[in-house]
Design a protein around this ligand. Sequence first.
Ligand SMILES: CC(C)(COP(=O)(O)OP(=O)(O)OC[C@H]1O[C@@H](n2cnc3c(N)ncnc32)[C@H](O)[C@@H]1OP(=O)(O)O)[C@@H](O)C(=O)NCCC(=O)NCCS
Length: 208
Amino acid sequence: MNKSDYIIRLENTNDYREVENLTREAFWNVYRPGCYEHYVLHIYRDKEDFIPQLDFVMEKDGRIIGHIMYVNAEIICDDGKKIPIMTFGPISILPEFQKMGYGKKLLDYSMEKAKELGAGALCMEGNIDFYSKSGFEVASSKGIHYYAEPKENVVPYFLCKELKEGFLKGISGTYYTPKGYFVDEQDVEKFDLDFPPKKKLKLPGQLV
Ligand SMILES: CC(C)(COP(=O)(O)OP(=O)(O)OC[C@H]1O[C@@H](n2cnc3c(N)ncnc32)[C@H](O)[C@@H]1OP(=O)(O)O)[C@@H](O)C(=O)NCCC(=O)NCCS
């Protein structure tokens, strides 16, 4: 990859199906047999907490090879105060372009734009091995508790990053994954019928 062999631009309505298919290709059988993420993206674009200014595609030689979307979220502090932050995902790179540096470029670009839009911090669930390269840390080290785990647990897949230095300093609170990320399995099945058939496989390393 060289500096000029891709562009990053906002997604537009003509891209929707191509990007959903790309998301499906990237996530298929990775975390579970089949995947949900293309449906999450499909329904999220119409939700109030979706951030259209941060809905980016990465294009190479006229083909979309990557995508990322962002959502407004919050940390509920122990004293009840709400701290607005952002989360993101799905982030996808087409399988044949993975591990070539494109995912990091897309993530880093989008985080710069999120910062310009005013985001002070990001929280998300993901693999620290990839996200640490872009400055993410395990969120419990910053006093943020993941809603679905016991408070005393260090949750290695729950990550955060300050976009404004010190934004999370002194915080003690809980992050709840935005509701839009929770989808009904039957709705996913129905939606998936519109895509080319793909075999669901139970593979080692899947989460579900
Ligand atoms: C995760 C994903 C977006 C990363 O994009 P990518 O283009 O493959 O990653 P990059 O090549 O930019 O990787 C940057 C660094 O992270 C590492 N990395 C990438 N994916 C990794 C993974 N799954 N596990 C561990 N390390 C990973 C790379 O080895 C590279 O390290 P280096 O800088 O030391 O060489 C992409 O692989 C993908 O779409 N995966 C399937 C969907 C998915 O899991 N999305 C994220 C859900 S949280």
